[in-house]
Write a protein that binds this ligand. Structure first.
Ligand SMILES: C[S@@+](CC[C@H](N)C(=O)[O-])C[C@H]1O[C@@H](n2cnc3c(N)ncnc32)[C@H](O)[C@@H]1O
Length: 250
């Protein structure tokens, strides 16, 4: 059972300036556990999380890879230095600190050239809560949730980077809520050459979350089918959490 090989939420480092693992984090890890069933056949070699917060997701990825015997280069980034310290502590608590590099970065802007076309697994649970735009400029814990107009300010800065970063086998997992208009996000991804679909919907408190999974527009039908198979069973599990995830094949 891959589910037994994820981070223990009780061992994640808590800090008042850092986002605690929540329903969105758990939904994302659920999708990653499902995707990890495919890592035997197509192991991800470069894995990147944007906005690692407490480190719960990056740590789960590192533990899943370790369990599967996959050697991968993992990178966790966050704009908030307190989040990177928390991620480090969480990784240490699970004995996987040596498996992940930590980089303070605004999205992946500083790593863009180095990671061009190389990222096999890209994960982002962004600040998606609709707020006045100026809140996006706040620092600390506000950066975990303040998403500006329609909760899309950070997401819309991130989307154009995705196509440059993903490898031919690359997958993106992106959390959104209904207010972000996941269908419009999918159509924006399409303009960048990616076909996307929602692979997980879940309702958590007042939030309707989705995880989106886009794929390259020119992926062959067979590959497209295989990619989707890993995540079958996640869609419509509960309702309203949305997860966007892409699958690339060039
Ligand atoms: C909703 S929290 C998710 C935290 C963690 N990944 C999880 O799912 O529990 C969003 C994270 O993104 C980070 N973040 C916000 N804007 C960012 C940016 N421009 N670049 C990198 N990280 C950012 C925040 O500091 C925060 O840690």
């Amino acid at each position: 059972m891959l589910r037994e090989h994820i981070a223990d939420v009780r061992l994640t480092h808590a800090d008042r300036d850092v986002y605690d693992p929540s329903d969105d984090s758990f939904a994302l890890v659920d999708a990653l556990v499902k995707a990890a069933e495919g890592w035997h056949d197509t192991p991800p070699r470069i894995c990147v999380e944007v906005g690692s917060g407490s480190g719960y997701i990056t740590c789960s990825v590192a533990l899943l890879l370790q369990h599967l015997g996959v050697t991968a280069h993992c990178i966790a980034t966050d704009i908030n230095p307190a989040a990177l310290r928390a991620t480090e502590q969480t990784l240490h608590a699970h004995n996987v600190a040596s498996r992940v590099d930590l980089v303070r970065s605004d999205l992946l802007l500083g790593l863009r050239q180095r990671l061009h076309g190389a990222v096999d697994l890209l994960v982002f649970n962004p600040p998606y809560v609709p707020t006045p735009d100026e809140e996006v400029l706040r620092t600390g814990i506000a950066q975990a949730w303040a998403g500006g107009y329609r909760g899309r300010v950070i997401i819309d800065r991130f989307l154009p980077l995705v196509g440059d970063l993903l490898s031919p086998q690359g997958q993106l997992f992106l959390v959104t809520v209904a207010e972000n208009d996941p269908e419009e996000i999918i159509s924006i991804m399409q303009q960048h050459g990616l076909l996307g679909r929602i692979v997980l919907r879940r309702k958590a408190d007042e939030e309707h979350l989705s995880i989106i999974w886009p794929i390259w527009d020119f992926v062959g039908e067979n590959q497209r089918g295989q990619g989707a198979t890993h995540l079958t069973g996640l869609a419509n599990e509960g309702q309203h959490f949305h997860m966007c995830a892409p699958f690339l094949g060039r």
